[in-house]
Design a protein around this ligand. Structure first.
Ligand code: EPZ
Length: 429
């Protein structure tokens, strides 16, 4: 198993190219199941989760061709996928695959909408919380699906097609909103989705579906209207830049000090994060090429923040912010409201010398003057990357084990950081 070795203490200076968003790519790839024509996706990141979803879709009979590199393209340019679901050969998604990637449960919506049936394994628990799928099932039920739960599988049927309806989510759910959008796009009549997730990845999926011929309005607000259509076509769509990768590198620069251009980053996708970093004393400037993040001289001021759905502070940056606050000049408080068990990084940060107290969903972080390198590991990708951020400022060597978590969500992490001066390398085996 690969490990990442980091010798802390180097400032970061230079340019980091931001890749396409993992959490938009996955539902966009799944949306290809809605049409028998080819969907072309540009700016797709090279990630283990993308490769795994290719295999999962292959199981349903989807053909995916990966475009070759064109002259003039650099290793950092995203890949182009040509995805064709012309012949769906299987409407079952088995436990072995769904349990490895929760988002693959979302295939239930396009399979049901286009084929009239789907049998998809329930994903089971995961490292950050229980993560049920009841609201996704509720959304399909609102559109007239017959649902049965049998031996760990959700079996959904709509022999005469889905019917538009009103879906009112009792809590904001990204996966629920993706599922509702994909199902409603091919339902008869109109659907209203209330309390919809406003995450930019939902808007990106809605934009792509509209290019495919769907009639969706209001994406990006909490009330989305979908006028169902009889069929969808192929289209070409460029995946939006990854706001979580952007925020992660912004915090890495804030941690080490230095001056880095986050190329292609879109500041409006993470205003809450940049506002918070500004309060912590970090300089953040929008430029034509992306976002410049700098910290020179000044120490890090402590902050108080609560995670919440977009446009609030994202749960997917909570661990990274906590790593940054371990070095703040005072006491910070971070409250996690989205997932009940997303503090697995705390004990590992403590191994590096951090002072953190947990009380239910609230973490109190007392900034320390220095962290010291140690072997660490984590159980999910954002937790793992928070250890990398801490290690960049720790004295001596930190070895981050279980690197496969990082490979699920961060493209060429060690290359991007090394190019800006970090002493970081991957050790195989
Ligand atoms: C998406 O997960 C992201 N995954 C997560 O990214 C992200 O943390 C999360 O949204 C919140 O922003 C992808 O986009 C692939 P939710 P999702 O449904 O859709 C509860 C990462 O690190 N809930 O918005 O699964 C749920 O338990 C990750 O990239 C129900 O109760 O999240 C949670 O408490 C991990 N019933 C809350 O809603 C349901 O049926 C929000 O979850 C569905 C969700």
């Amino acid at each position: 198993m690969d490990r990442i070795c980091i010798n802390g203490g180097q400032r970061l200076n230079g340019t980091i190219p931001i890749s396409g968003a993992k959490n938009a790519t996955l539902p966009l790839m799944i949306a290809s199941l809605l049409t028998d024509q080819t969907l072309i996706l540009d700016n797709v990141p090279r990630l283990a989760d993308v490769a795994l979803l290719q295999r999962i879709l292959g199981n349903h009979g989807v053909d995916i061709m990966v475009g070759g590199k064109r002259p003039g393209e650099t290793q950092y340019d995203g890949q182009t996928l040509h995805i064709s679901a012309a012949n769906i050969i299987d409407t079952t998604a088995p436990y072995e695959l769904v349990s490895r990637m929760r988002a693959s449960f979302w295939v239930i919506a396009p399979l049901l909408a286009r084929m009239g049936e789907a049998k998809v394994s329930m994903p089971g628990g995961c490292a950050i919380g229980t993560r049920p799928v009841d609201l996704l099932i509720m959304a399909l039920d609102c559109l007239g699906a017959e649902i049965e739960i049998d031996r760990g599988y959700v079996i959904a049927r709509a022999r005469n097609g889905l019917k538009g309806g009103r879906i009112s989510f009792p809590k904001v759910t990204v996966g629920g909103t993706h599922t509702a959008l994909m199902a409603a796009a091919l339902a008869r009549g109109s659907t209203v989705i209330e309390n919809a997730a406003r995450e930019p990845e939902v808007t990106d999926v809605a934009d792509c579906l509209n290019k495919m011929g769907a009639r969706i309005s209001g994406a990006g607000t909490s009330r989305i209207l979908v006028e169902g259509v009889a069929r969808l076509n192929g289209a070409r769509h460029r995946v939006l830049p990854d706001r979580i990768e952007t925020g992660t590198y912004a915090m890495a620069v804030a941690m080490t000090g230095g001056d880095v251009l986050l190329e292609n980053a879109r500041p409006e996708l993470l205003q809450s994060v940049f506002d918070l970093l500004a309060r912590a004393g970090v300089e953040v400037t929008s430029t034509n090429a992306g976002v410049r993040v700098a910290r020179n001289g000044a120490g890090i001021a402590p902050v108080e923040v609560t995670t919440s759905p977009f446009p609030g502070f994202p749960t997917d940056l909570q661990a990274q912010l906590m790593a940054l606050m371990t070095r703040a000049m005072g006491t910070s408080r971070i409250t996690e409201t989205i997932f009940e068990n997303r503090f697995m990084h705390v004990q590992e940060l403590v191994r590096l010398g951090a002072h953190i107290q947990l009380d239910g969903e609230c973490a109190t972080i007392e900034g320390v003057e220095r962290l010291k390198g140690a072997p660490v590991m984590a159980t999910d990708l954002r937790a793992s990357v928070s250890l990398v951020i801490a290690a960049l400022a720790a004295e001596g060597e930190t070895v981050v084990n279980r690197v496969y978590h990082l490979d699920r969500g961060f493209e060429r992490l060690e290359d991007k950081l090394a190019a800006c001066g970090a002493a970081i390398e991957r050790v195989s085996g």
